[in-house]
Design a protein around this ligand. Structure first.
Ligand code: NDP
Length: 475
């Protein structure tokens, strides 16, 4: 049978995308390295439009040219292994999509190598996990603009829809799609860390129990913080444990995993010279969380403050405190997105991608993990001013920051006095203060650099570069 597209790799994501495409009427060829996986998928999810193939030759033979394939295999070497097997079977004009979480530099390298043979390589970010892939993910394609027209009907059909529009749009050439996905994941790390900090504040300083937390987060999910992550968080606090009394959340070890896309974002930001301190803070928070044994030992010897009785246990005071946390979280969230988009601004210029930032926010509106009401406001900000160079400077967000920053400072002070670690919210306040022009102490640093290394300094009152012969007391 003839197929419209071949999916290579039928684990959770590949299988779900294949079924999603099949649901939309495309004839999908499915192939997996281990044939038992293909057999199991066909047995467990039979679909008239999903056709199994057991060799790459047969899969390739099932399509008219230009052929289209989407790899959904483990990022890294497996992608190169599949390319090595597939390349001899492909011809000029064929299209190969990598829909996994590949590092954008790898995508750039592969695009160039396959481009020499006239094969159009696409690095496509797919967000939304299994459910997203099955019923509508957010899709970030990067590759050749003309060739994109060949795959657009399939990708746009299977993408999530926000206000009727597909959450899939051409991002730019070579690594652009995977880059945007990487930054999406970085923002996701910061978003999740901020929500975790809000939870700690409410629980330990505010005395909220799980039921109250569930109610509070549900309330937040009806307002300006409405988002997928706030929604699932509300649900989590209500989830009963299977083994013991109470809620599951209280039985989960205080140690978070990571697959590395947050770390890539953080490393890339340092390379670009862009401050994404909240994403880095979120990565570090996970790293600290993994030090379980050391933390247990240190707990015995390092003293800390008693949790501040910040909120006397009356309902109205609790409500006031919860509002402060909500407003602080909202202000910090704006800063996190401003940082993430700042990295995209720089990458777009550095790699010549000409990214459309409003469109990026628009495709994050549904299907992906960071989907939120808030993203409509970001799209509006870029529509109003396509040259906007920091989200915080948009009129709408400026107003929100102005109204909510006091709450951020209040809950931060409360958290720090109570000994609650709040790395992401702290970075939000530090970024905001530096960005709004408060002195950052760099005059002293320049003096030190000039003093020990004759690195020179510039002056506030005259042009030029100066070196000072620093005086006594430095031996
Ligand atoms: P995995 O990342 O677990 O990868 C498993 C698949 O890779 C299997 O089909 C496996 O084949 C194949 N594979 C591994 N090594 C090779 C190799 N050397 N040659 C050929 N095939 C190989 O699958 P997922 O479905 O979880 O993810 C697929 C991609 O999507 C990954 O890049 C992932 O990061 C990304 N992604 C995942 C999300 C998720 O929620 N899971 C969300 C968004 C993106 P075999 O059965 O033979 O071992």
């Amino acid at each position: 049978r003839k197929t419209d597209i071949g999916i290579i790799g039928l684990a959770v994501m590949g299988r779900s995308l294949a079924l999603n495409m099949a649901d939309h009427g495309f004839q999908v060829g499915g192939y997996n390295r281990s044939k038992e996986v293909t057999e199991a998928v066909i047995k467990e999810h039979p679909h008239k439009n999903l056709i199994p193939f057991y060799t790459l030759e047969d899969l390739v033979g099932s399509q008219e040219r230009p052929r289209k394939f989407m790899m959904m295999v483990k990022a890294g070497r497996p992608v190169d292994a599949v390319i090595a097997q597939l390349e001899p079977l492909l011809e000029e004009g064929d299209i190969l999509i990598d829909g996994g979480n590949s590092f954008f530099e790898d995508t750039r390298r592969r695009t160039e190598a396959l481009g020499k043979k006239g094969i159009h390589y696409f690095g496509v970010g797919v967000s939304g996990g299994e459910k997203g892939a099955r019923f509508g993910p957010s899709i970030m394609p990067g590759g050749n603009a003309r060739a994109y027209r060949e795959v657009a009907p399939i990708l746009e059909a299977i993408a999530a829809k926000a206000q009727g529009e597909p959450c899939c749009a051409y991002m730019g050439p070579d690594g652009a799609g995977h880059y945007v996905k990487m930054v999406h994941n970085g923002i996701e790390y910061a978003d999740m860390q901020l929500i975790a900090e809000a939870y700690l504040l409410l629980k330990y300083a505010g005395g909220f129990n799980n039921q109250e937390l569930a109610e509070e987060f549900s309330k937040w999910n009806k307002g300006e913080l409405k988002s997928f992550l706030i929604g699932i968080t509300a649900g989590i606090f209500g989830e009963a444990d299977d083994f013991s009394e109470g809620q599951l959340v209280d039985y989960i070890v205080d140690s978070a995993g990571q697959k590395g896309t947050g770390r890539w974002t953080s490393l890339e930001s340092l390379k670009q010279g862009v401050n994404v301190s909240m994403i880095t803070a979120a990565c570090n928070a996970r790293i600290m969380s993994n030090r379980l044994e050391q933390r247990a030992e240190a707990k015995k010897v390092i003293p800390g403050p008693k949790i501040t009785e910040a909120v006397p246990k009356t309902d109205s005071r609790k409500e006031t405190f919860a509002n402060l946390v909500r407003e602080g979280l909202y202000a910090a969230k704006i800063v996190a997105y401003a940082q993430g988009f700042d990295l995209l601004f720089h990458a777009s210029a550095e790699y010549g991608w000409n990214l459309d930032f409003g469109r990026i926010a628009a495709i994050f509106r549904a299907g992906c993990i960071i989907q939120a009401e808030f993203l409509n406001d970001i799209t509006r900000a870029f529509e109003k001013n396509p040259k906007l160079n920091n989200l915080i400077l948009d009129e709408f967000f400026l107003d929100k920051i102005s109204r909510n920053q006091e709450s951020l400072r209040k809950v931060l002070s409360c958290g720090i006095l109570s000994g609650i670690p709040m790395p992401a919210m702290s970075q939000a306040a530090a970024y905001l203060d530096a960005f709004r022009g408060m002195p950052v102490g760099a005059n002293l640093i320049q003096a030190q650099r000039d003093c020990f290394g004759a690195h020179t300094y510039e002056r506030t009152d005259r042009e030029g570069t100066f070196h000072h012969e620093w005086g006594q007391g430095y031996e």
